[in-house]
Design a protein around this ligand. Structure first.
Ligand SMILES: Nc1nc2c(ncn2[C@@H]2O[C@H](COP(=O)(O)OP(=O)(O)OP(=O)(O)O)[C@@H](O)[C@H]2O)c(=O)[nH]1
Length: 617
């Protein structure tokens, strides 16, 4: 802890700007953020190019920003010292919830568009999030250093789609630093300071929170009024719990303690919150005995994809439980319900914003908490309108949500099944339109709009059943457009659908994690494909394995995995003793990643590989 704490009172509201950078994936948001940090001296040049705002290991590996991070920058311009709070936002479709959450603490955004790729699906989605929140928008065209950069074309697209005059766009190269200073000046000029007053009572919005093993919950706060310091007694509007503040400070982007935080400022607060539920995102904190009207808060994240999670070994249940609790504190958009299954034991049913979100979460469990888990096939939240009086009584209502295929009610007791839909936006060069339309029709989608955003670029809007896009739509779209088409989607309610439950059997034993709810038109093709892929994914064993897809008692597809030839097995066990020991050891290690279904051993990650159509990876 540095002795000299920054005196935040020297930054009155008029000198503060709170903003985010929004962009389509890879358009250069993190690079621009790093450059802004560098120009303002927040980080040294040597730290740059490491994308300091992307803190988590998985984010670095995948090159996507998952968790919004915040940094305060100090910048002097024309004799005035400014405090610029940069609130980072994640860039992937799965995380648009985090984007809108970050925006609530801002008065403006920098909208970054790649000079080469132009407007993409997420550019459109992110623009509207900012526009609806009535934020000032600073359009920036990045990567002008690239050989094929065509900033003029992109400026015209921005004018056509967003009604922003072409001369308002700032052409930059975040990589080389060209014109980045101009961006900072525009932030000061165009984005209004927050409208609030230090003389008012304390009103602090919790817009994010992280969990630290030693210090407990660290809440990121934006002050909409008043001031806060160590020793202040505060209360949560949501839980009505009382706390004493232990520490306040700013994020640079690491925590740097300050004496106080004042109205309009953004920083962190530690106040002895220990429980996951105490730092509710969207909550308002105020001084004890000085209650204020709470801020509107946030719509809670709506999970779009559900999957079961179970410890590979039931003795690991408690460890997994505490890892889940910690991780969900860092990612409150994951919902957790206890669940259990005959085959898999005690576990949970988790809700995620999308499949990438689910994978990232799983990867973090493995990397940060050293947990290995069984994940079931993802399912979207279906609904059923019940007709059976018995079931209606049992549930206390006639409409239920099904997030677990094991609980799929039989057709005889249901008057209608419903499936969730999304409105998808696709932006593509026009030569791929034909293939994309075919793909969309194949996914039961209905076209809603088609618009040329320039001579050779098209924006398409389709209404999709959600289950048709969660697993591999994005990959399919990317591959048939050589990577040029982009995609984003938003929730669009429910529609009636003819659904059935399909089971997968290995030598007659159902594989619980592969049971799926599926549209009846697609069952035969999907069953066949799943069996074929499983055949490629499951290693051969000492006996023959029947891989079957079934609807109820009816088998709709079958593949047979032949047994090992005897002499191959014999060969493995020949040789000297050390080699033999090595093989046995490797076998034991491999076993830990296997799961037994009846007498068949299946790699734990087989299902996700099967569903993602990459059996060889
Ligand atoms: N040539 C060139 N490359 C750039 C420029 N800005 C960013 N890049 C590169 O573009 C790629 C993506 O940049 P990022 O900053 O990671 O993009 P991002 O928008 O933060 O991506 P997400 O975090 O995934 O949303 C990286 O390889 C950068 O080096 C630029 O001005 N010129």
């Amino acid at each position: 802890v540095p002795e000299e704490k920054i005196d935040m009172s020297t930054y009155p509201v008029e000198s503060i700007r709170n903003f985010s950078i929004i962009a389509h994936v890879d358009h250069g948001k993190s690079t621009l953020a790093d450059r802004l940090l560098e120009i303002t001296g927040t980080i040294s040049k040597t730290d740059c190019n490491k994308q300091v705002l992307d803190k988590l290991q998985v984010e670095r590996e995948r090159g996507i920003t998952v968790k919004a991070q915040t940094a305060s920058l100090f910048y002097s311009h024309e004799g005035i010292n400014y405090l610029l709070n940069l609130i980072d936002t994640p860039g992937h479709v799965d995380f648009s919830y985090e984007v809108s959450r970050s925006l609530s603490a801002c008065q403006g955004v920098i909208l970054v568009v790649d000079a080469n790729e132009g407007i993409q699906a997420q550019t459109v989605a992110n623009f509207y999030l900012a526009f609806e929140a009535q934020l000032s928008i600073i359009p920036v065209i990045n990567k002008i250093d690239l050989k094929n950069a065509d900033p003029e074309r992109v400026e015209k697209q921005i004018e056509k789609l967003f009604d922003i005059p072409t001369d308002e766009c700032i052409r930059i190269s975040a990589k080389q630093g060209t014109n980045v200073e101009t961006v900072l000046q525009k932030v000061i000029e165009k984005i209004p300071p927050p409208r609030c007053n230090t003389a008012d009572p304390l009103k602090a919005l919790v817009f994010d929170s992280t969990f630290d093993h030693y210090r407990g919950v660290i809440a990121n706060v934006a002050l909409f009024g008043g001031e806060i310091a160590k020793g202040h007694k505060i209360m949560s509007a949501h839980t009505k719990k009382r706390y004493e503040v232990n520490e306040v400070g700013i994020l640079t982007p690491n925590e740097q303690p300050t004496h106080k935080l004042y109205a309009g400022q953004v920083g962190y607060l530690i106040a002895g919150m220990k429980e996951v539920t105490e730092a509710q995102i969207g909550d308002t904190l105020f001084l004890y005995k000085q209650p204020v009207e709470p801020l509107p808060g946030f719509k809670s994240a709506k999970p779009m994809v559900f999957a079961g999670m179970y410890p590979v070994d039931q003795t690991e249940y408690n460890n997994l439980k505490s890892a889940l609790e910690r991780l969900t504190l860092n990612d409150s958009s994951v919902t957790v319900h206890r669940d259990s299954s005959l085959a898999l034991g005690a576990g949970w049913r988790l809700g995620f914003l999308g499949l990438l979100h689910m994978e990232v979460f799983n990867q973090r469990l493995e990397q940060e908490y050293n947990m290995s888990v069984i994940l079931t096939a993802p399912t979207v939240p279906y609904k059923a309108i019940l007709s059976s009086a018995k079931l209606i009584k049992e549930h206390g209502k006639d409409q239920i949500t099904i997030i677990n295929p094991a609980q799929f009610p039989d057709k005889l007791s249901v008057s209608e099944y419903l499936e969730p839909t999304v409105l998808g936006t696709i932006v593509t060069p026009h030569e791929y339109i034909g293939k994309i339309i075919t793909l969309c029709q194949d996914r039961r989608a209905v076209q809603k709009d088609m618009l040329y955003i320039d001579e050779n670029r098209v924006m398409l809007k389709y209404l999709f059943p959600l289950n048709e896009i969660v697993v591999d739509f994005y990959d399919a779209l990317k591959s048939l457009s050589s990577g040029y088409a982009s995609f984003d989607y938003e929730d669009a309610g429910y529609q009636s659908a003819d659904l059935i439950k399909m089971d997968i059997l290995l030598n007659g034993n159902p594989v619980e994690e592969l049971a799926t709810i599926i549209h009846s038109d697609k069952a035969y093709a999907a069953g066949k494909l799943l069996c074929e892929r499983l055949k490629e994914t499951i290693p051969r064993q000492l006996f023959e394995i029947a891989i079957q897809a079934a609807i109820g008692k009816k088998i709709i597809a079958r593949e047979t995995l032949k047994a090992y030839r005897k002499n191959v097995v014999a060969k493995c066990y020949g040789g000297d003793i050390t080699r033999r020991m090595k093989l046995l050891k490797r076998q034991a290690e491999g076993k830990r990643l296997m799961r037994k279904i009846g007498n068949v051993e299946v790699p734990r990650d087989a299902f996700i590989r099967v569903l993602k159509r990459e059996p060889d990876k």
